[in-house]
Design a protein around this ligand. Structure first.
Ligand SMILES: CNc1ncnc2c1ncn2[C@@H]1O[C@H](COP(=O)(O)OP(=O)(O)OP(=O)(O)O)[C@@H](O)[C@H]1O
Length: 165
């Protein structure tokens, strides 16, 4: 399947909590998620991650670390979307809601609202929360139904990223 859209998704971390926002519009509306969006033309993946965090929750990320990638094979539109996953535990400024993510809330790692999130989140969040390099592949038959998924942990980012190609 050819790769279609490329996204970033960033998780800010503090004291065993992760910052999530409720998406107010578009893709994933009404679901809690990290901060991110489509990589624009002539933009690196890391720059997109930094830009989206600032746009969506007002902080400047200073130690963004890519830890994995999730590849979505969408049977219904015959393309694969790729989401590059980052964590960040140092940032400047105070987090605040935005037009796209409102409200925002720090969730304890043990208290993540999976019932109001994308259905694949529980499969790979455990790796993200522990900052383990991973890649995940999720096959959707329609927008709400996962046909199959494979998650693998890696010793290095470069190996984890092979799935994104
Ligand atoms: C089955 N497919 C998918 N499953 C789970 N999550 C998906 C996804 N496809 C996209 N995502 C998430 O959606 C976020 C923002 O997407 P989105 O609002 O479209 O990006 P962006 O802010 O650039 O949009 P605007 O053009 O500004 O509205 C993006 O970080 C990513 O976490």
């Amino acid at each position: 399947m050819p790769v279609g859209k490329i996204f970033t998704l960033v998780f800010l971390k503090r004291n065993n909590s992760v910052l999530l926002g409720l998406k107010t519009r578009g893709l994933g509306e009404g679901l809690w998620n990290g901060f991110g969006g489509k990589v624009e033309e002539n933009e690196t993946v890391a720059n997109c991650a930094r830009r989206e965090v600032e746009e969506e929750c007002g902080v400047i990320a200073s130690d963004l670390k890519q830890i994995g990638v999730v590849r979505y094979d969408l049977d219904y539109d015959k393309s694969a979307d790729v989401v590059h996953i980052f964590t960040c535990s140092k940032f400047d400024g105070f987090e605040k809601p935005s037009e796209e993510m409102n409200p925002i809330k720090w969730y304890k790692y043990t208290d993540i609202p999976f019932e109001q999130m994308w259905p694949d989140a529980p499969k790979w969040y455990p790796f993200m929360l522990k900052d383990k390099y991973f890649s995940a592949r999720v096959i959707y038959t329609d927008k709400n139904t996962i046909k199959d998924s494979i998650i693998q942990e890696f010793g290095s980012l470069s190996n984890a990223l092979k799935l994104a190609q």
